[in-house]
Each structure stands twice: as structure tokens, then as C-alpha cells.
Design a protein around this ligand. Structure first.
Ligand code: KIV
Length: 270
């Protein structure tokens, strides 16, 4: 068995091989060195430095306020902690929508300044020129369709998307477009499971779901699945532990030990 140090980086080509062979793709977010190191060591395929950092790291209501400089800071910390996983970084709101030149400049900054391997962009036909231009510079792009959080003020709600026929049709067309453009994978967020399944079956590009049923892979926000966030409980979220409680109990014990003159003891001093 090879040791953790010898393990080779996951590539975008491997994501395609995983889909071709029916092996599910696993993906989680991370925003800092220490958490990225643990998640990578546990064997995840893809680490997403999501703009959900705006919510879980910075406490904003939406993902809109986070800047490119902040994403670069988070992403470069993550990259230093990762040996195996493919690292994908979100292009934040306002850094690609206006035109393809801006999109390429933002993607180049991410690639040069963080060492990540892929950028992720929200939107289908609206983002076509931007995705084309970034791909033409040799930068892999992951798409993101369905409930795209940077458009939350257009949607006005976080309810399941593409429940109506016209939106479902656009989603299908957008997914085909992203595959034709050459995206290495597509995240589909919060849409009916049958629709996402249909897209994953029709397309050869890997479809990674979040609240989109059982497709080629799954992504969750690590802080949510580890129970660090408590206020967010959508149906699609499975909590694998309750770090909020574990940390709260640990801090309470620390406070008690100090107040009781139990910490530090004889062995914990010089
Ligand atoms: O920013 C993020 O964490 C994401 C995932 C929810 C897919 O885009």
C-alpha cells in the first residue's frame, strides 16, 4: 500500500474516469490550511474553496460580498494543506460577469497566486463567453447550475429550482452547453432529483450534486456536514458529527479546569 506522501494528485481527467467507471466523486469545501489537511488526509477527491466562505468564515448573509483577494487568501492556505485532492476555487461575484477579459484576468490571478487547479463559475448561457475564454487559456473550469447562490437576489428565495418546465428545460440546455464548452465537471444545486439524474445520464461530463439526488458525485459545505453551523438545516444536509457541541463542551471544560486550578497541573508546566 502506498503511503499518504506518495499518493498522486487527483486530476480533472480522473474525474472523467471516475464517471466512466461508475465510481462516485466525493467533494467537500475547505477554507483553511488545517481543515484542508484533515479533509485531504481522509481521502476526499475534490476540495472546493467555495465562496460559501462568505457565509461560514465571514458571517455574511449571502456569498456576494466576498472579494477575489479574500478568495485568493483562503485558497492559497488550502492548497498548502493538500497533497492529493483536486483543488477548485470559486470565482466570486463581480469578478467574471461583466466580460470575458475580466473573467480570464480573475481566473489567472487564482491560478498564479494560489496554486489551485480549477476555477468554478456559476451560470450557463450567461457565462458562456467567460467560460470559453478561461478554457482557451488552459485553465480548467467547473460549472455550477441550479440554485446558484450569487443570483439569490434574482431568485428571491432558496427554494428548489427548476421545478417548472421552462426552468428545467433551460437547465438541461445549459448543462449540454457547459459540456460542449469543455467544463471538467458541473455542480448542480438544489433541483429535483429526477431532473439531475436525467442530466447525469444524458451527459458524459461528471455531474456533482448538492441537494440534487444521487448523481455522479456529491458536494457539501464541510462546516455544515461537520455540525459547525447549526442554523442551516436543509433536507439535503446530512450531519456526520456535531462539532458545535464537541467544541462547546471542550471550551466549557477548559474554563472549569482553569477556575478550579486544575489546569495547568504539575506535568503541564516547566
Ligand atoms: O460555495 C460553495 O460552497 C459552493 C457549494 C455549495 C457547491 O458553491
Amino acid at each position: 500500500m502506498s503511503s499518504y506522501k506518495e499518493i498522486k494528485k487527483i486530476t480533472t481527467h480522473q474525474l472523467q474516469e471516475f464517471k466512466n467507471s461508475g465510481r462516485k466523486i466525493t467533494m467537500l469545501t475547505a477554507y483553511d490550511y488545517s481543515m484542508a489537511k484533515i479533509i485531504d488526509k481522509a481521502g476526499i477527491d475534490v476540495i472546493l474553496v467555495g465562496d460559501s466562505a462568505a457565509n461560514v468564515m465571514a458571517g455574511y448573509e449571502s456569498t456576494l460580498p466576498i472579494t477575489l483577494d479574500e478568495m485568493i487568501f483562503y485558497a492559497s492556505n488550502v492548497v498548502r494543506g493538500v497533497k492529493r485532492a483536486l483543488v477548485v476555487v470559486d470565482l466570486p461575484f463581480g469578478t467574471y460577469q461583466s466580460n470575458s477579459k475580466l473573467a480570464l484576468a480573475s481566473a489567472i490571478r487564482i491560478m498564479k497566486e494560489t496554486g489551485a487547479e480549477v476555477v468554478k463559475i456559476e451560470g450557463g448561457s450567461e457565462s458562456k463567453d467567460q467560460i470559453k475564454r478561461i478554457l482557451s487559456a488552459g485553465i480548467p473550469v467547473m460549472g455550477h447550475l441550479g440554485l446558484i447562490p450569487q443570483s439569490i437576489h434574482r431568485f428571491g428565495t432558496y427554494v428548489v429550482r427548476a421545478q417548472e418546465e421552462n426552468e428545467a428545460q433551460k437547465l438541461i440546455e445549459d448543462a449540454h452547453l457547459l459540456q460542449e464548452l469543455g467544463c471538467c465537471a458541473i455542480v448542480i444545486e438544489k433541483v429535483p432529483a429526477v431532473l439531475a439524474k436525467k442530466i447525469a445520464t444524458e451527459l458524459t461530463v461528471p455531474i456533482i450534486g448538492i441537494g440534487a439526488g444521487n448523481v455522479d458525485g456529491q458536494v457539501l459545505v464541510s462546516y455544515d456536514m461537520l455540525g459547525l453551523t447549526q442554523e442551516f438545516s436543509p433536507r439535503f444536509l446530512r450531519r456526520y458529527c456535531n462539532l458545535d457541541k464537541i467544541i462547546t463542551d471542550a471550551v466549557a471544560n477548559y474554563i472549569t479546569d482553569i477556575r478550579n486550578n486544575d489546569f495547568p497541573n504539575e506535568d503541564e508546566q516547566y
